[in-house]
Design a protein around this ligand. Sequence first.
Ligand code: ADP
Ligand code: G6P
Length: 355
Amino acid sequence: VCSVGPEKTVVIGLAADSGCGKSTFMRRLTSVFGGAAEPPKGGNPDSNTLISDTTTVICLDDYHSLDRYGRKDKGVTALDPRANNFDLMYEQVKALKEGKSVMKPIYNHVTGILDPAEQINPPKILVIEGLHPMFDARVRELLDFSIYLDISNEVKFAWKIQRDMAERGHSLESIKASIQARKPDFDAFIDPQKQYADVVIQVLPTELIPEENEGKVLRVRMVMKEGVNFFNPVYLFDEGSTISWIPCGRKLTCSYPGIKFFYGPDIYYDNEVSVLEMDGQFDRLEELIYVESHLSNISTKFYGEVTQQMLKHADFPGSNNGTGLFQTIVGLKIRDVYEQLISQTTGASLEAAKA
Ligand code: ADP
Ligand code: G6P
């Protein structure tokens, strides 16, 4: 975690494979910061950037150095570092963090080529989302907080089928083939970034139903690094204990297969972490308040804020399970990190002014 000077931009990294819920997460995050982010007005309609009052989200696909034709020509995928310009990514994220505007390229997902650059002004919060926010050590150093969305192969497959078969008319075979083709580069260049993340959200098939692999019921784990500046991991009942909790009963309605929580310490890539896990799904979202009231360090500003956020976006994918719950909580934690970084800065500059 880096410190920020007066009026400096706080930088958040969000890593995941494409089609793994980054944009849904971004919508939850910008809502916590008080306003939906929208494409820049009057600019290129194919811009990948989203802007709200506080937050600018840039898509790291814009730093592709090889376009779709270049990649085909050279036989490299978009996941390969050789298809991406990390020098430019570093320079521009650094400049934004220092409060300077940049002219950022646009990767046009429709045409597969690079469009003329767009101007990006330094926001209060800059989110860099995409395949490689934690790949380059220099870029990584600029991140004040980082998240990795870790979707297991089974679930990724189920989501892809849902989207690409139902909405885009692809065949089952072609979806399988495209996932297989990406896998070696995914394993080599994307997956290892999770060791650097402050929070990893793992999405796995449920363990409540034997042989369930359709990705309908999910087991979601929030892996939170210990010792990160301004970030206190969430806990259930008693910090540091190991707890298994089935909240179903008088106060929470659960139909088959029920809901199961787990909380406890663990080691993840040699780091001490706390893990909070939820398996199963909510029948009635209002009753989430019962679960929320048993969680601590969730960085809410008032009682019930998590439940309120979840109800507000009940139509987003994952709102009835741990994906939506943990994405919402991470949004609140990021707000907290942001506010602490800013108050530290303001404090420091007041000190400087006095001296
Ligand atoms: P990305 O921005 O990473 O490409 P999206 O947020 O657009 O991903 O999600 C891609 C698709 O994956 C969605 O249309 C939806 O079908 C599925 N999806 C994403 N998040 C979830 C979730 N939490 N639960 C179920 N399906 C999801
Ligand atoms: C990844 C990247 C995209 C790229 C896509 C397909 O999902 O995030 O930027 O467009 O792969 O790449 P292709 O080389 O098939 O166009």
